[in-house]
Design a protein around this ligand. Structure first.
Ligand code: PGA
Length: 228
């Protein structure tokens, strides 16, 4: 409730997050800012490598990404699923009854995120484990541009489901049924253990974890600093 956060009046919150989170977090900021109108937020939208750079340089208070670094100096809290799915143009017809096998994808052309992207890294890691390599026709540094290229018939892609419209058909896309997909990944919120969170950052962290239902997990609620 609001009274938990009585101490928060004015201030500035700086956070950086990966590009796929832009479909979720800014939407949550509306209700947050309504509740705390004195807080202004500076939000950096970057790919995973760039978020890691900022984390290394200690530039923000909170960071959101999947595939967090294994580093004891950060608190790392999972808060939302980030399933990766195979995306095709709406008119795509299956060459065999779905689900497709992973091997069927070898015949397709793909449009992938750039090196340094967490989405790309998750996909590459997974395919390497399966000993499959896909034909990458084009690399693009933007989920939006990839969606346009896929809808335009350039090829298929593997993207976070959060990036897709509701329903994907609104944007001329569809999610394909492929064995082993979605790849189940999660987003994490991170902060430096050695840098005590400001009251504002703590308040936002609580808000984020409550809104996404993550606060219900004991392992999460016991990690998070109190907002009082
Ligand atoms: P990306 O990151 O925007 O770099 O692909 C996605 C993620 O880490 O979930």
């Amino acid at each position: 409730t609001c009274s938990d956060y009585k101490g928060v009046r004015r201030g500035h919150l700086r956070l950086s997050m990966v590009t796929t989170a832009k479909y979720v977090i800014p939407r949550m900021l509306g209700p947050f800012c309504e509740r705390y109108p004195g807080i202004d937020i500076e939000l950096g939208l970057l790919n995973r490598d760039q978020v890691l750079e900022r984390l290394k340089d200690n530039l923000d208070e909170l960071y959101i990404m999947s595939l967090p670094p294994a580093d004891e100096s950060f608190e790392v809290i999972p808060f939302l699923d980030n399933p990766l799915v195979v995306v095709a143009p709406l008119g795509y017809s299956y060459s065999r009854p779905p689900p497709l096998r992973l091997l069927d994808l070898v015949a397709e052309r793909f449009i992938m995120r750039e090196e340094g992207s967490g989405t790309r890294m998750a996909v590459d890691d997974y395919l390497a484990k399966q000993r499959i390599s896909l034909r990458v026709r084009m690399t693009l540094g933007s989920n939006e541009a990839i969606k346009q290229a896929v809808a335009g018939g350039m090829g298929l892609s593997i993207l976070s489901r959060h990036v897709l419209g509701h329903p994907p058909a609104n944007e001329g896309l569809k999610e394909l049924a492929v064995e082993h997909f979605p790849l189940e990944r999660a987003w994490y919120v991170l902060y430096r253990r050695a840098r005590p969170l400001s009251l504002i950052a703590t308040t936002f962290l609580h808000f984020l974890l409550r809104e996404t239902g993550a606060m219900g997990s004991t392992s999460v609620s016991s990690t998070v600093p109190s907002a009082e």
